[in-house]
Design a protein around this ligand. Sequence first.
Ligand code: HEC
Ligand code: HEC
Length: 76
Amino acid sequence: MKLIPLALSLILILFLVACEQPSGNAPADHTGINGGVAHKPGFNDPMKNCVSCHGSDLRGGSAGVSCFACHAKKWS
Ligand code: HEC
Ligand code: HEC
């Protein structure tokens, strides 16, 4: 019965990997957690810190995640 410890370690590894990233597919540098959602630090000044990947209008860009999917607030 060596399979049971093996299965338990696999579950533990999966659990640890899943906990490394707080949510979604956010990159590892998105360490600022707001309401369980990973935000890159500097989120209070998105027009400076987020536009390079989330688009000049913050509606997706190369990251493909729009800030307005979750926020009604419009940045400008
Ligand atoms: C270097 C590129 C890059 C920059 C700069 C960047 N992001 Fe992201 N961000 C991404 C990518 C890539 C994803 C994942 C997209 C996907 O889900 O496929 C993402 C996802 C997110 C998500 C969704 C996380 C989730 O769990 O659903 C949030 C929120 C977010 N970013 C916030 C921010 C904020 C706020 C800033 C500016 C302070 C920022 N990002 C700057 C690349 C970037
Ligand atoms: C998957 C949902 C989601 C996405 C996408 C997302 N956020 Fe958030 N954000 C949240 C949640 C949840 C909170 C915490 C609750 C709140 O303050 O509204 C939050 C909080 C914030 C806050 C701090 C509090 C506030 O409301 O002002 C800022 C600033 C912020 N987000 C900016 C951004 C920016 C910029 C982007 C796009 C790069 C983004 N968010 C994308 C879910 C998201």
